[in-house]
Design a protein around this ligand. Structure first.
Ligand SMILES: [Fe+2]
Ligand SMILES: [Fe+2]
Length: 316
């Protein structure tokens, strides 16, 4: 491959068509979601419980980002996806506190990993690793937007559903973990698609939040398989069921704040919709391959005795 036209997604065609873009998406999945990476990210979870440490970022040369680094897509559509990504990444404190509330009575280390240390009066004493990693994403996408357009990104407000306990906290916690997996799946797939349509420093910049999202996806997916023992197909259905209300919630807020205009522009671009669908499906296909390695002895070796038998004992 000519190094002058090779980037993180493989061959960077000057005028790519749909199948060139698919080849780039496949290349990125092999690069950033290999079975080795997924195993390594999941197996890192117990270490993070004991010695929490955010994933370090490679340095980004923000001034080297420019609009000519957008590849094979109309810049306005690329920018719409970037601004949507920046909006949905916040408010991270509310997201992480919600996770802490659902998890704290079932798995304190995971509650701490996501929601941090909470003081006596419910104030945040120390943010969790997940929050520390996530809170870098919105500023990164805002900076990218500003570099590409020369304008500050006007952010639309985004709200969080909040902690809504029912009379069955176990099911609440399970539903919550599925919702978190769905958002990580969505973020990882969207950033992977952005990476396929970028090159140079723009691509290197988006690769940083992408690797965080893959890290979260592997950790939450593995944790969920260990905690609930749910079959792959059921877990995918539950995640998909969580993703739809989330997208509708976000879309409704954008509609209230700005009208349907932008969503319609995205959804009427058929190649874009096909490519995004292909990316989401390819990420799930990779998780399916990995999932076959997540047998009980392996999960137990990483996280100890699974959570669900004790739950079943509780119910006897
Ligand atoms: Fe994120
Ligand atoms: Fe994430």
């Amino acid at each position: 491959m000519n190094p002058a036209i090779a980037d993180l997604a493989g061959y960077c065609h000057p005028q790519p068509h749909y199948f060139n873009n698919r080849a780039r998406i496949n290349h990125l999945i092999d690069r950033y979601l290999s079975i080795h990476i997924l195993n390594e990210r999941f197996a890192d979870l117990p270490h993070q419980f004991e010695h929490p440490q955010p994933r370090p970022w490679q340095p980004i040369h923000w001034n080297a980002i420019h609009p000519q680094q957008i590849v094979g897509i109309r810049p306005e559509l690329f920018l719409l996806v970037i601004s949507g990504a920046a909006e949905i990444e916040a408010p991270i404190r509310s997201y992480s506190h919600e996770s802490w509330c659902y998890l704290r009575s079932f798995h304190a280390p995971m509650a701490r990993f996501m929601g941090g240390e909470i003081g006596e009066h419910h104030q945040a004493a120390m943010p969790g690793v997940w929050e520390k990693e996530e809170r870098q994403h919105r500023p990164a996408f805002s900076k990218i937007y500003q570099q590409l357009t020369g304008k500050k990104l006007v952010m639309l407000p985004n709200s969080v559903a909040d902690y809504c306990p029912s009379t069955d906290p176990w099911t609440d916690m399970q539903n919550h973990v599925m919702a978190r997996i769905a958002t990580e799946w969505s973020a990882a797939s969207t950033y992977l698609w952005l990476l396929a349509h970028a090159t140079g420093e723009l691509q290197r910049a988006i690769a940083q939040p992408l690797q965080d999202e893959v890290n979260h996806l592997a950790k939450f997916w593995g944790f969920s398989r260990w905690a609930f023992g749910t079959a792959f197909s059921r877990q995918v259905c539950q995640c998909f069921g969580s993703l739809l209300p989330l997208l509708l919630h976000h879309s409704r807020e954008r509609t209230v704040n700005q009208g349907l205009h932008q969503e319609v522009r995205l959804l009427t671009d058929l190649p874009l919709v096909l490519e995004l669908g292909f990316t989401f499906a390819s990420v799930i296909a990779k998780l399916h391959t990995w999932d076959q390695e997540l047998c009980l002895p392996y999960l137990t070796a990483v996280l100890g005795e699974p959570l669900y038998p004790s739950r079943e004992l509780e119910l006897v």
